[in-house]
Design a protein around this ligand. Structure first.
Ligand code: XIL
Length: 312
């Protein structure tokens, strides 16, 4: 059976997984599966501000470095995730009382520190993650509060100052055709029109309640690539339960959505984890067994389905 990695190379795309650093350090099967099957990685948590933080204003890069070193050793493409996000950042960043100048300095320092450290080693950064609110407009965050909508521009500009990576806007619920997908489209169209250095859009594609029709994903990928942007599927998982009934239906959906996205021009597909034992979805009650490998690292039908989708 062909590996995902072989199929991806033939299709000239990257196929990756989000990496859990504890599993990477302690589990030989995990490491072997990751290196054999995938040619791209992202840190599931290790590059977020909260996990990186070491005391007030300090950083501890040990976990993030491990992910990047593993990728170097196995010749993998690295997606950095995520520089600006409204979750998983240190408490001391939180107060919504900063002056604009203060907030701007904090944002710049963080981006310069993290994106600067990995210059030349991270290939793509999720610069801004989940900035669009579910009910429309930009989400209320301390950045929006202090700097206004321009904080998004600044984040991309600061990342461009210190990084040679491709710079992405990443979001959920904007995968297919939906009001939120339209908002994301409008946001990035406006960034492109104003010359803000955005290179791509990440579609998370967490699937656990409503199935996003693959044809809608294709249409969305096409309109985004028409703007001159790169598109990655960044956090794909498909929980068994409400969305798909069993492993076979799961495999079919994986096949159809990966084929649709890649045919429409997405050039990187990342699953949000390696194996079902490590997934974030089941503990949240969002379906079972959402990934391509089971808890024993055996290939599931969805694995073959993705290999097929990339081989067609
Ligand atoms: C999730 C991780 O998988 C969990 O381990 C963590 O507790 C919370 O964050 N959108 C994102 C990801 O952009 O960073 C999130 O990852 C899942 C939703």
């Amino acid at each position: 059976m062909r590996t995902l990695r072989d199929a991806a190379a033939d299709a000239d795309v990257h196929v990756g997984a989000a990496v859990d650093v504890d599993a990477l350090r302690t589990d030989t099967d995990y490491r072997q599966t990751l290196a054999r099957e995938f040619d791209a990685v992202t840190a599931e948590n290790a590059m977020k501000w909260g996990p990186l933080a070491d005391g007030e204003r300090g950083y501890d890069f040990a976990d993030a470095d491990d992910v990047v070193e593993f990728a170097d050793r196995h010749d993998m493409y690295v997606r950095g995730h995520a520089l600006v996000w409204h979750r998983m950042y240190p408490e001391w960043v939180r107060p919504w009382t900063r002056s604009a100048a203060d907030a701007d300095r904090l944002l710049r320092n963080h981006i310069y520190t993290v994106a600067g450290r990995y210059r030349g080693r991270v290939d793509a950064w999720d610069v801004v993650n989940e900035a669009v609110a579910d009910d429309g407009g930009l989400r209320e965050t301390q950045w929006l509060d202090a700097l206004g909508p321009e904080y998004v521009d600044r984040a991309f500009e600061y990342a461009a100052d210190v990084s040679d990576a491709d710079l992405f806007y990443n979001d959920y619920g904007a995968d297919g055709l939906s009001a939120k997908a339209d908002e994301v489209y409008d946001l990035v169209s406006d960034l492109v029109a104003r010359g803000v250095p955005v290179d791509g859009v990440g579609l998370q594609l967490h699937v656990f309640d409503d199935l996003v029709p693959p044809a809608d994903v294709a249409a969305n990928v096409e309109r985004l690539t028409d703007l001159g942007l790169d598109v990655h599927v960044t956090e794909l998982d498909v929980g068994i339960g409400e969305a798909v009934a069993d492993r076979e239906a799961q495999a079919q959906y994986y096949h159809d959505v990966v084929a649709a996205a890649v045919d429409a021009g997405a050039d990187t597909v990342v699953t949000w984890g390696v194996d079902d034992g490590q997934s974030w979805l089941p503990p949240l009650g969002h379906g079972e067994a959402p990934l391509l490998f089971d808890e024993e690292f055996a290939r599931k039908p969805a694995h073959g389905a993705v290999v097929d989708a990339l081989s067609e």
